[in-house]
Design a binder for this molecule. Structure first.
Ligand SMILES: [Mn+2]
Length: 420
């Protein structure tokens, strides 16, 4: 067989709204976010052109909404036309975000582009030489596809290599909707050589070969949970058929979560300095990209009471945004979350002689008390709740950490009561 080279992308989510970020952000930050999914798509097209690939494969969720925005459709088409002009083919299927029954303007795609329908089809990667490779694919006819589509793929060609293009949830990933559910075994049973998957937004190589089963993830994070480098795979298949994958990070804006423990800080400037150091570090790791970040404040510390005051966190956020949002490589804080707790001197509290002291003594006396498992058993084996809890019933060895968490909760409630 001859060498095959393609780019595998998925979940472009063109024109994703980045809900909630535009309103308070300065114009250049809002514009960068608004254009990010489009800029990333352009970077994917550039990669295809520079690497002289045979084809671009897009495994569903090209568009963010089933009623596909006109801007997104026109922009997507422009990229396909650039590929076409360079003799590069494209293969696309649709997923749950952009199913076939949503609105679209309906203009024709270039002849070099194949859009898969709601029936599984097989088309040659290279019509001039159908023996090189076949591409099998399927598009969602509607948003919710609950059937196992993978099992319907039947390879029936003599080509040297076969690629499957599908938007699906492999192995019941709980972070994504259970659409087109299937297992690694279902995919392996089809005799397809490379599964170009979409749907799961976190990059995953479920299998390296025989067949390769790959999620490239979404190439642009859309919210703070979609952190870290994101992009596409450049795939080379040498004679012999084993694919080799190279990940290319193409994200335009990187999302980061910054956890900060407030314990060491006596006052606001110290906390602010710590945030500045953390943001500086995150910018250094972003390879020149701007970042959007969320701060998660946690731990027990002297600043807890201040942090809980109205507008304190809003002011702190505005302060750090004034510092960092103006730069070309900006850092924009979308939110500061407060999980902090008050300072608590356990030894002193235990010597206090009040209700709290008595409670702490009870905790100390029962930390290795196996008899505690009896009342817990009533809950964990409850006729209804037990269905979910039975398997996680703590053992005696797990009691100390369970009691520590319970003590911490009780202490917080009591301290809050005494200060309010
Ligand atoms: Mn998606």
């Amino acid at each position: 067989m001859s060498h095959i080279r393609f780019v595998h992308a998925a979940d472009l989510h063109l024109d994703a709204p980045f809900a909630g970020f535009g309103a308070s952000a300065p114009a250049h930050v809002a514009a960068t976010l608004r254009d990010a999914t489009f800029d990333v798509y352009d970077a994917i097209i550039e990669l295809c052109l520079n690497e002289h690939v045979d084809a671009l494969l897009v495994a569903g969720d090209i568009y963010d909404a089933s009623d596909k925005s006109l801007r997104a459709q026109l922009h997507f088409l422009r990229g396909l036309e650039r590929l076409s002009a360079a003799g590069i083919r494209s293969f696309v299927c649709h997923g749950n975000h952009d199913p076939l029954d949503g609105w679209e303007a309906g203009f024709p795609v270039p002849a070099t582009c194949h859009r898969f329908t709601g029936e599984i089809e097989a088309v040659p990667l290279d019509p001039a030489d159908p023996g090189r490779a076949m591409v099998y694919g399927y598009s969602y006819p509607r948003q919710r596809v609950h059937e196992n589509i993978a099992r319907r793929f039947k390879r029936n060609d003599d080509a040297a290599f076969a690629i499957g293009l599908l938007h699906c949830n492999v192995g019941s990933n709980p972070n994504h909707d259970p659409y087109a559910p299937c297992t690694v075994e279902d995919l392996a049973a089809t005799r397809i050589d490379y599964w170009a998957l979409g749907h799961v937004h976190t990059r995953q190589e479920l299998r390296a070969a025989g067949p390769a089963i790959v999620y490239p993830g979404n190439p642009q994070g859309r919210h703070p949970v979609e952190t870290g480098p994101r992009g596409v795979y450049l795939v080379d298949v040498a004679p012999g058929g084993r694919p080799s994958l190279t990940f290319h990070a193409l994200d335009r804006v990187r999302w980061t979560v910054i956890p900060i423990d407030i314990a060491p800080f006596e006052h606001a400037p110290a906390l602010r300095n710590a945030i500045e150091r953390a943001v500086g570090g995150a910018l250094d790791q972003a390879d020149g990209r701007p970042i959007v970040y969320r701060i998660e404040l946690a731990g027990r510390g002297a600043l807890h009471a201040d942090i809980c005051r109205d507008s304190y966190l809003d002011d702190l956020r505005d302060e750090v945004n004034r510092e960092w949002a103006g730069q070309q490589q900006f850092a924009w804080c979308d939110r500061i979350e407060n999980h902090t707790r008050p300072v608590f001197d356990r030894e002193q509290a235990r010597a206090g002689g009040d209700f709290l002291a008595e409670l702490l003594t009870v905790f100390d006396d029962s930390s290795h008390e196996a008899s505690l498992l009896t009342p817990l058993g009533d809950l964990f084996n409850h006729h209804a709740a037990g269905e979910y809890l039975r398997d996680v019933m703590p053992a005696v060895s797990g009691l100390p950490s369970l009691l520590a968490a319970a003590e911490s909760l009780c202490v917080d409630e009591l301290l809050q009561e005494s200060t309010s």
